[in-house]
Write a protein of this length. Structure first.
Length: 281
């Protein structure tokens, strides 16, 4: 009954009130946003070498320039985002620090692409500086790239790797999924990590697979274990009620099954005791 009672609010996701006023249409999910914000895992697909961007030094680069010698950790986000992007960036810092024996520019390259066409190389430079300050490995700068670009190239790359996001045409607000892609030197999509947090060991194994052009498995981790959301507007974490209800529902079913089994065993034991007493009489 508790699960049934909660089902009425299961589709709601509650957040703490933002610290500033929110104008209509600027909430977490714009009213016009499609329901298809997700990552389609296009394993074994090959990224075009011709997508054009600008790096943190305002120099033109292409995907072919950046993905050719080493495996690449590829992340799409935007630099002004204070929500899920910030979580991804903090997790990314921990991952690169966690690969203690493998440096950027040697085993792998890191490529971060802004999906906001209004962002600038100066903003990319600042984000790279923040990561380098955390990374603390001099000489690795050449293996880390923060890019900006126009809508045509951003959207083209995003579509090619299956990154389905929404840019509100009225106010430019962006709603997007979280995840990281591992790309081989031949620009082949080897592995996806569909999450806003990443771990060093699985990332390192995926990079080694990418080095050998070995395509990995689809990321099929149980979505109902992710019970915390990040509000991209405020950066605050809160419970995802739907996912909590799913977990509670599974727990309730298991508890009910255990209770039924226990009752059946007790009933059988009582029947055996009665039969024994009758036999002795």
């Amino acid at each position: 009954m508790a699960v049934v009672a909660l089902a009425g609010v299961a589709s709601a996701q509650f957040y703490n009130p933002p610290s500033r006023d929110v104008a209509p249409g600027t909430g977490r999910i714009p009213s016009a946003a499609p329901s298809s914000i997700r990552i389609d895992q296009r394993l074994n697909a090959v990224i075009s070498p011709d997508w054009q961007f600008v790096d943190e030094d305002a120099q033109p680069v292409t995907t072919g320039d950046l993905i050719n010698e080493r495996p690449v950790m590829l992340i799409l986000l935007f630099y002004k985002c204070t929500g899920i992007c910030a979580t991804e960036m903090e997790s990314l810092k921990k991952v690169v620090r966690g690969m203690k024996k493998d440096d950027a520019g040697e085993l792998y390259d890191l490529v971060v692409v802004s999906i906001d066409p209004t962002e600038t190389p100066e903003m990319a430079k600042q984000k790279k500086a923040e990561l380098m300050e955390s990374y603390k490995r001099p000489g690795t700068e050449g293996g880390i790239h923060f890019l900006t670009g126009d809508a045509k190239n951003i959207d083209g790359l995003a579509d090619e790797v299956g990154f389905r996001f929404y840019r509100d045409p009225e106010n430019g607000n962006i709603t997007h999924p979280a995840g990281m892609m591992i790309v081989s030197p031949q620009r082949r999509l080897i592995r996806y990590f569909v999450s806003d947090t990443f771990e060093a060991k699985p990332t390192l194994l995926a990079l080694k697979d990418a080095r050998d052009e070995r395509v990995g498995l689809k990321d099929d981790r149980p979505f109902f274990l992710a019970c915390v959301n990040v509000d991209p507007l405020t950066g605050r974490r809160s419970l995802n009620v739907l996912n909590v209800v799913r977990v509670a529902g599974v727990a309730t079913v298991l508890a009910l099954a255990f209770w039924i089994i226990s009752m059946n065993r007790s009933s059988k034991k009582e029947e055996m005791d009665v039969t024994t007493e009758e036999g002795e009489a």
